[in-house]
Design a protein around this ligand. Structure first.
Ligand SMILES: Cc1cc2nc3c(=O)[nH]c(=O)nc-3n(C[C@H](O)[C@H](O)[C@H](O)COP(=O)(O)OP(=O)(O)OC[C@H]3O[C@@H](n4cnc5c(N)ncnc54)[C@H](O)[C@@H]3O)c2cc1C
Length: 544
């Protein structure tokens, strides 16, 4: 798209010459015309690989256009064209529409300046882009917890799918065609027509093209956990030549992948969605050659001679010279009566972005007073009729960043109830109401509520590590100086030196991110520790 027809014609001509066999090149002279063309493409059920937009345009500039175009085709790759080096435009483009490239006009010769950029766009789109949505189908019930788990798994792994309710004729038709009935939901139908009845994450991962099987038995480095710390370790490990495998239990991104907008990550002054940031990191790790296994739960870690061996939940094993443990933390459950039974059926942990549409026009409640709850309130306020933040403490100031408190104050449909707890959840097959209790007066009130999102902190899930890896009283893993009691090394420590800064009580097993005792619970520090752990891995490998 370029408002100068001679330019848009020339770019289109160059693109057709190289890509015309495989792709249709569509040209437009204004943002409105380009959006119109995109809408037509959407209605026809086609997909878009890449969009190139001129920055300086009279009515709608390139960034405004790409912002709207992303709503139609979020997976299409994006490049901005400018007439001269315009740093402000580039920064704005990166922050607002997450452009992949920034291209200076003129692009002659195209072989050197235009095609390499478009090749990279096409390659990225092929890796993460939208395949036709009818490929994977999910049939289930809106208020079924296992259905929610399947949809959440697909969404968090960026796998496009089409959703059919078992209450609708098309859902019934599909079930019938698969020879199944309503009692079999959730059902996943794969692109080649195979029906999976109530599948596990690993079963889904295997059929939608996510890697679940390690390619080797032995690596230089195994990274456990695919949050920011694990992704940081995988990027630095693989880029520095270590044969690296990252193992993730559910979906890469970890807690950060659940964050609707991270505002305090360095270099993103307008914030960035957690899933966008971590998806880029996953691509980066893959680009450097790291293997990424999804839906594989690590249940054991032990030292066998110089090898560090991990065990998967199916009993199989892989080994490496060194391990970075980056398994983060998991949400604490809300101890209100009735909540357990309604989890996934109106009560959700984390931001549950798959539920955003279902909240449209509803009154939503969010439990928690920290930044994660605040971000969720901002996110759901765009969908729900009202959002009420239920905070146990006396004020938000104690637990939430100032910028978020200000942001919430400015949103009309967000309400905050401090000094209040959720004490009961009610509903038969799904959540219908909750009982709130004001702590000081003890007054209770039952309010209608179909969606309750819980953000009340998290705890590490480290029991599976066994006794040899020392943990603090809350289960977080001790490392480096924290392992020295009055200058004495931990019992059984076999080396003639102190544990390195991020090293656990087992030499060669390093720890990064939220799971580490005394760590700062932030995306930036997790990424930083992942990178630093790799430097210490190199030092450990050199001394062997
Ligand atoms: C909603 C929300 C919003 C947030 N917003 C911000 C923010 O704005 N700014 C900020 O700085 N921080 C924010 N945080 C905190 C930040 O996301 C975390 O500090 C960060 O994600 C920690 O990274 P991590 O890699 O250590 O752990 P995690 O992100 O917890 O990742 C750990 C990963 O390990 C996997 N795993 C666990 N056990 C195993 C196992 N046995 N086998 C295989 N895999 C396993 C998990 O599935 C998970 O994917 C937010 C957190 C939440 C929940």
């Amino acid at each position: 798209m370029d408002d100068d027809p001679s330019v848009s014609r020339a770019v289109a001509r160059d693109l057709r010459r190289r890509y015309g066999q495989e792709f249709r090149v569509v040209r437009a002279d204004s943002g409105q015309d380009a959006l119109e063309a995109l809408r037509e493409i959407k209605l026809r059920g086609d997909t878009v690989a890449a969009m190139l937009a001129d920055y300086r345009m009279p009515q709608m500039d390139g960034i405004a256009f790409l912002e709207q175009a992303m709503d139609l085709f979020p997976h299409a790759r994006r490049a901005l064209l400018t007439a001269y080096a315009d740093t402000d435009a580039a920064i704005q483009a990166i922050n607002v529409v997450d452009v992949d490239h920034y291209l200076l006009k003129p692009w002659d010769p195209p072989e050197e300046k235009l095609y390499p950029v478009v090749d990279a766009l096409v390659e990225t789109w092929r890796a993460v882009g939208d395949r036709p949505v009818e490929e994977t189908k999910v049939i289930g019930h809106r208020w079924s917890a296992p259905t929610y788990e399947v949809r959440d798994f697909l969404a968090r792994n960026s796998v496009p799918y089409r959703w059919y309710s078992v209450d609708e004729p098309e859902g019934c038709r599909l079930l019938e065609a698969a020879g199944l009935g309503p009692g079999d939901i959730p059902v996943v139908i794969t692109p080649d027509g195979k029906a999976l009845r109530a599948p596990t994450g690993a079963e889904i991962a295997a059929v939608v093209g996510l890697s679940t099987e390690p390619a080797a038995e032995f690596y230089d480095l195994i990274v456990i956990g695919g949050g920011p710390a694990g992704l940081g370790a995988a990027v630095y490990g693989a880029s520095e030549g270590l044969r690296t495998v990252l193992v993730e239990r559910q979906a890469t991104g970890g807690q950060a992948g659940q964050s609707s907008r991270i505002e305090n990550y360095l270099g993103f002054p307008d914030g960035v969605s957690g899933s966008q940031l971590t998806e880029r990191a996953r691509r980066q790790a893959r680009k450097f050659g790291a293997e990424v296994l999804t839906a594989r739960d690590v249940v054991g870690l032990e030292a066998r001679g110089s090898a560090r061996v991990i065990t998967f939940s199916d009993g199989s094993e892989i080994a490496a010279h060194a391990v970075v443990l980056a398994s983060g933390v998991a949400y604490r459950s809300l101890e209100a009566s009735g909540c357990g039974d309604l989890t996934g059926r109106g009560v959700y942990y984390g931001s549950a972005s798959t539920e955003a549409q279902a909240c449209s026009g509803e009154d939503v409640y969010i439990v928690g007073g920290a930044n994660s709850a605040g971000q969720a309130a901002v996110f759901f306020s765009r969908h729900a009729r009202s959002v009420t933040l239920v905070v146990r403490g006396a004020s938000l100031e104690q637990s939430m960043s100032h910028y978020l408190i200000e942001q919430l104050r400015a949103i009309e449909n967000v309400h905050v109830r401090v000094g209040t707890s959720v004490v009961e959840a009610h509903g038969d097959d799904h959540l219908e109401s909750i009982t709130l209790c004001e702590r000081e007066s003890g007054t209770t009130e039952t309010v209608p509520c179909g969606h309750l999102f819980v953000f009340i902190g998290a705890a590490p899930y480290t029991d599976w590590l066994g006794e040899s890896i020392l943990r603090d009283q809350h289960g977080f893993v001790r490392t480096g100086p924290d392992l020295l009691a009055e200058g004495r090394r931990p019992q059984g420590w076999p080396l003639d030196r102190d544990p390195l800064y991020l090293e656990s009580s087992v030499p060669g097993v390093f720890v990064a991110g939220d799971v580490r005792s005394q760590s700062v619970k932030r995306v930036a520090s997790a990424v930083g520790e992942g990178a630093m752990a790799v430097t210490l891995v190199h030092r450990y490998l050199e001394e062997r």
